[in-house]
Design a protein around this ligand. Structure first.
Ligand SMILES: [Fe+2]
Length: 184
């Protein structure tokens, strides 16, 4: 039977590819080199659609409530920490979006604002995924039965279809893998 924690970990893998791509972009900006406007736009679109509409929506609307119903507390327990990370991530995405508008390829310093926020965002998310995989998902695997995990996976699939439309999840994932293999 499909496992919700396994599916979330697979999504982390795709998101880590995007974060690596973002970090390579920040390195180029720090060296005073230009980055691709198209690459920047595609990365920000992936963060908006895949990280927020797809991954974090699954956790906040389905996965965390399922854990809460099993007694893994929200406000003062590990779920509260995870939600606070998501909020901090959204603040940084807002900053990155604003900074991406300012970026002009010919103007070396214009990318520094974006690079700082992207570096912080990548660090935050890498650490957040570590906490989820090492602590929260292990707790989930111990409190959720295989049947309950299967029901969550079905709910995940329905949410993806509602939020993104049919087939979009796989398309976004494949496009990110392709983008990650290209130069920044
Ligand atoms: Fe999360």
């Amino acid at each position: 039977m499909a496992s919700a924690t396994k599916l979330l970990k697979e999504e982390h893998r795709s998101i880590r590819a995007a974060l690596d791509f973002a970090e390579r972009m920040t390195s180029r900006i720090e060296r005073g080199e230009e980055i691709s406007l198209e690459g920047l736009a595609r990365l920000m679109e992936f963060i908006h659609l895949f990280v927020e509409q797809c991954h974090h929506a699954k956790e906040e609307k389905i996965f965390f409530p399922a854990l809460e119903s099993k007694g893994v507390g929200t406000s003062d327990g590990p779920l509260g920490v995870m939600l606070a990370d998501h909020e901090r991530g959204r603040d940084l995405i807002r900053t990155m979006n604003e900074a991406a508008e300012e970026y002009q390829p010919g103007l070396a310093k214009s990318g520094e604002h974006w690079a700082r926020a992207a570096w912080d965002y990548s660090g935050l998310m890498q650490e957040h995924f570590g906490k989820e995989e090492e602590i929260l998902f292990r707790m989930a695997d111990s409190v959720l039965s295989p049947e309950e995990q299967g029901v969550i996976v079905t709910d995940f699939q329905r949410l993806d279809e509602e939020n993104l439309g049919p087939g979009k999840h796989e398309e976004l994932r494949a496009r990110m893998i392709e983008l990650a293999s290209q130069r920044t």
